[in-house]
Ligand binder design. Structure first.
Ligand code: TXA
Ligand code: MG
Length: 351
């Protein structure tokens, strides 16, 4: 694992809190961004930690506040397709087709970067990731700031991404200038990251926009092998974010595979044998099979997007437990994004 180059020290900065309905507050936040400060804001995926994407020192502060490894590039957020164009140096037709259909929305598009984008944003790569979020507050903040907004998820690096304002407050109070408190995030997992630089488009991180949805527009779309597999020793990640342990609460997370009934049976055996404070993140289909064992229903197996919407919040909620038991689903379609996050939370160990 790479060294965390910027030592993180909690500062005693006073973090201002604004309501998403407060348009004057949003204008103040846009001003803070323009002046090089850090503002957390809601999006439809997860909360983002924003900085002026053209200001290298502001971008540096994102890495410091999160304790983020320096070689993990950021996504630039724009308010419209046109604003993305100056950030790229080469734009394939596929970009326009996808932006037309999926923007604003949970899809991040990677193309060759233009000279306008500071090297720090892209961690030295010659490509840049850009996204237009489908959230009213985010869009008005970006428009008012009038700069591309560099924003990773607003969590401490390695922890589950924040899906409501409280999570951001827990991780970032005292370390950033402002937090805009809006609604809980609709999707609850980060955007699909798609690279458009190779011969065929490649999904580097699965999200709510699935391979099938992209294939319907582009034809062939590949999935990076690292989406559901750990990197082998010395292997270079197409997306640097894929190599770090992610989404991990303090509790040990264990994932179980098999048929629906087999999963419940395996979890029950492991639960009964385990010591300490333990909980099962259950599907509604399996909930009854867990009987009196402590469990919390996060969604439906039949709708993996519902599992995605609650996974991070549940991992945070039960952070202080010793063990969290989880069900796996098939790693395809909407289930792929869920498995991508779950496998990282459990360190790729599936029983
Ligand atoms: O939904 C989202 O995408 C959220 C919200 C806030 O928009 N943002 C987010 O950012 O998840 P972050 O920094 O947590 O994840 C960005 C991912 C990382 O895995 C990073 O390695 C990858 O995108 N990435 C960024 N630029 C890249 C590039 N030029 N080439 C390959 N991967 C890149
Ligand atoms: Mg993140």
């Amino acid at each position: 694992m790479a060294a965390f180059n910027i030592p993180f020290v909690k500062s005693n900065m006073k973090t201002k809190v604004f309501d998403a309905q407060n348009s004057e507050g949003i204008a103040q936040c846009a001003q803070i961004l323009r002046e090089g400060g850090l503002v957390a804001f809601p999006t439809e995926t997860v909360y983002g930690l924003g900085a002026n994407g053209f200001c290298e020192s502001a971008v540096n502060n994102i890495f410091a506040a999160k304790g983020r490894p320096n070689d993990n590039p950021l996504i630039l957020h724009v308010a419209c397709t046109q604003d993305a164009q100056e950030l790229y140096s080469e734009i394939p037709q596929s970009f326009y087709k996808l932006a037309e259909i999926f923007w604003p929305g949970p899809l991040t598009l990677i193309c060759k970067k233009s000279d306008k984008v500071p090297a720090k944003v892209c961690a030295g790569l010659d490509t840049v990731a850009v996204r237009c979020p489908a959230n009213r507050t985010a869009l008005s903040l970006i428009k008012l700031a009038n700069v591309p907004v560099a924003a990773p998820s607003a969590n401490i690096s390695g922890k589950p991404s924040p899906t409501c304002a409280k999570h951001v407050f827990d991780d970032m109070d005292g370390k950033i200038d402002a937090i805009i408190c809006g609604e809980a995030c609709k999707y609850g997992i980060e955007s699909t990251v798609l690279s458009l630089v190779g011969e065929f488009p490649v999904i580097l991180r699965p999200g709510a926009v699935t391979q099938k949805m992209l294939q319907a527009v582009l034809g062939r779309v590949d999935i990076s092998k690292n989406v559901c597999e750990p990197l082998s020793n010395g292997e270079k990640a197409l997306s640097p974010g894929m190599k770090y342990q992610h989404y991990a609460p303090d509790a040990d997370v264990f994932a179980f595979s098999g048929s629906t009934e087999q999963i419940a049976a395996k979890i029950n055996i492991a639960y009964d044998a385990a010591k300490g404070k333990k909980i099962i993140l259950a599907s509604s289909e399996n909930a009854a099979l867990y009987g009196e064992r402590e469990h919390y229903v996060i969604g439906q197996r039949a709708k993996p997007e519902s599992l995605c919407a609650s996974l991070f919040a549940a991992l945070r909620c039960f952070n202080d437990y010793d063990i969290i038991f989880c069900e796996t689903v098939a790693a395809q379609d909407e289930g792929l994004a869920y498995m991508n996050r779950l496998l990282r939370a459990c360190g790729f160990k599936v029983y």
